[in-house]
Design a protein around this ligand. Structure first.
Ligand SMILES: [Zn+2]
Ligand SMILES: [Zn+2]
Length: 135
């Protein structure tokens, strides 16, 4: 059985949690952020499980379109000054509560993302404690 790692994330600007405890996806709190497309503004809930790309949103997102991400608390842009190495769209960045950061591509359908753990040993220990060993 696959082990799921659910990442808790914060806004890199105001450090508020982006987790929505009342909106679960696959049984875990989702990551709630404001979004903007060329046509509308809305909200997206991203699955917090590492390597899962499921999400729900309240405005229409078209395949391969770039989406702008904003913090729902301080309303600052979460876009990084960094392009996706696969599709050249802008990357989006969150801070991981346990340490480190996750950057991912803002284009719908592009699965490019990087997780940078500041302290890998602690991360592994935390996951081990949280999810236990074995299956
Ligand atoms: Zn913020
Ligand atoms: Zn991309």
């Amino acid at each position: 059985m696959k082990k799921y790692i659910s990442l808790g994330v914060n806004c890199p600007h105001c450090l508020e949690s982006l987790m929505d405890m009342n909106y679960l996806i696959h049984g875990y709190p989702s990551i709630k952020v404001d979004i903007e497309t060329a046509r509308a503004k809305g909200r997206i809930w991203l699955c917090s499980i590492y390597d899962c790309y499921d999400h729900e949103n309240d405005i229409e997102l078209r395949e391969v379109e770039e989406v702008k991400f904003y913090c729902p608390h301080c309303h600052q842009s979460l876009m990084l000054d960094k392009d996706c190495s696969l599709c050249k769209a802008k990357m989006v960045g969150f801070i991981i509560k346990a340490g480190g950061r996750i950057d991912f591509c803002s284009r719908k359908g592009c699965k490019n993302h990087y997780v940078i753990f500041e302290n890998l040993a602690d991360e592994i220990k935390n996951f081990y404690n949280e999810y236990g060993k074995g299956e």
